[in-house]
Ligand binder design. Structure first.
Ligand code: UT7
Length: 339
């Protein structure tokens, strides 16, 4: 990235969640056949509660959550929707297949100058989208991008599957990315992305795409819902998150002790603890919101970061590492100096 004409910096960040809170106890009571408990969910995942969209509620649509998060990010950046050159929405749960969620969001924001697209890299989507925005900014094609990670996984959750339904929640996180000088001390430093499509069957949704559109058999068999091989994903996640964290640091001639904050994808607290242990990184410097929001897919990283920026834990100039994995399988890390 040394030869680029420009660099990118994040100038604003924001989050939004549906208002409906569902605790572990609520889940256990709503779905008694799960035979689950608050204790099991907290011990095995670190999750206490999550926000779940109300089906049919306009404010809880993916693009509506994204819009509220984006407005907060714009406000922090001191920008208007009309200043945006580009809108990228990382999502695997779009409002509609056509048009993209990014187009719905553009319309809601009135961001008439922007060009827009969705990026589907499942839970790694925010890192992929931020890396994409960075490329357009680095080569001078655009100056200001809105990057959103927004997902409504509850629409694709099988509430009969106790090993997966307890994990997920809905939400959106957004950042404004702006052009800065290539040698600015506060900028995105690097990104490393990788996918392995051969591992598709660890986490997928069989139906609902062009292979198998929805039909009564699909709905009866819940083939339009997420299917997950939890233990296999767990192992793969620990390995790839640790590898991509090290890769990001090594590329920049930095070590784990230089890092101020680690912002991993929030899928299971035990995965995050295992990665921190492998890296020799203290949990006190890991940004977490999984306890209150569960796994919100592409929204976990920007929402956890937003919270820590707004309560002044994350300060200008600090070194922050974003690290994600998701269905695909996809993985990616992105190192930045905040501010
Ligand atoms: O964004 C990426 C998405 N997904 C992930 O990252 C998932 C990664 N994997 C995980 O988070 C964990 O593997 C799970 C939370 C899914 C499962 O935890 P685990 O510690 O790997 O449990 P397990 O699958 O090995 O199951 C242990 C036991 C089983 O019972 P038996 O066979 O030992 O009698 C399960 O049936 O726990 C049982 N179990 C539950 N019990 C109560 C599974 N889910 C539940 C539940 N409540 N919700």
């Amino acid at each position: 990235m040394g030869s680029a004409r420009f660099a990118s910096r994040i100038s604003g960040i924001g989050s939004h969640f549906p208002s409906r809170k569902v605790t572990n106890l609520d889940l256990a009571q709503m779905y008694p056949s799960l035979e689950t408990s608050d204790e099991w969910i907290r011990e095995r995942t670190g999750i206490s509660e999550r926000r779940i969209a109300v089906p049919g509620k306009l404010e809880d649509r993916n693009s509506s959550l994204a819009c509220q998060a984006a407005l907060r990010a714009l406000e922090m950046a001191g920008k208007k929707a009309s200043d945006l050159d580009q809108i990228l929405v990382a999502t695997c749960t779009p409002d509609t297949l056509i048009p993209s969620t990014a187009c719905w969001l553009q319309q809601k924001l009135g961001a008439t100058r922007a060009w827009t697209m969705d990026i589907n890299a499942a839970c790694s989507g925010f890192v992929y989208a931020l890396a994409t925005a960075d490329q357009f900014i680095q080569n001078g094609q655009i100056k200001t991008s809105l990057v959103v990670g927004s997902d409504v996984l509850s629409a694709f959750t099988n509430w009969d599957d106790r090993s997966s339904c307890i994990l997920f929640g809905d939400g959106a996180g957004a950042v404004i990315v702006e052009q800065t000088a290539a040698d600015s001390p506060q900028r995105l430093l690097s990104h490393h992305l990788h996918s392995d499509g051969s591992l598709w069957d660890l986490f997928h949704i069989e139906a609902g795409g062009s292979n198998l559109p929805g039909n009564p058999d699909v709905y009866a068999g819940k083939l339009d819902k997420m299917q997950m091989k939890g233990r296999e994903i767990f192992k793969s996640a620990v390995r790839t998150l640790a590898d991509y964290a090290v890769m990001a640091l090594e590329e920049n001639g930095l070590s784990v002790s230089d890092l101020d904050w680690f912002v991993p994808h929030q899928a299971n607290l035990r995965i995050i603890e295992a990665v921190a242990k492998r890296l020799g990184f203290p949990m006190s410097k890991v940004l977490l919101n999984i306890d209150r929001f569960g796994n919100t897919s592409s929204a976990t990283i920007p929402t956890a970061l937003d919270e820590a920026v707004r309560d002044h834990r994350v300060k200008p100039g600090q070194l922050v590492l974003l690290d994600a994995f998701g269905a695909g399988l996809t993985t990616g890390s992105l190192l930045l100096r905040w501010g």
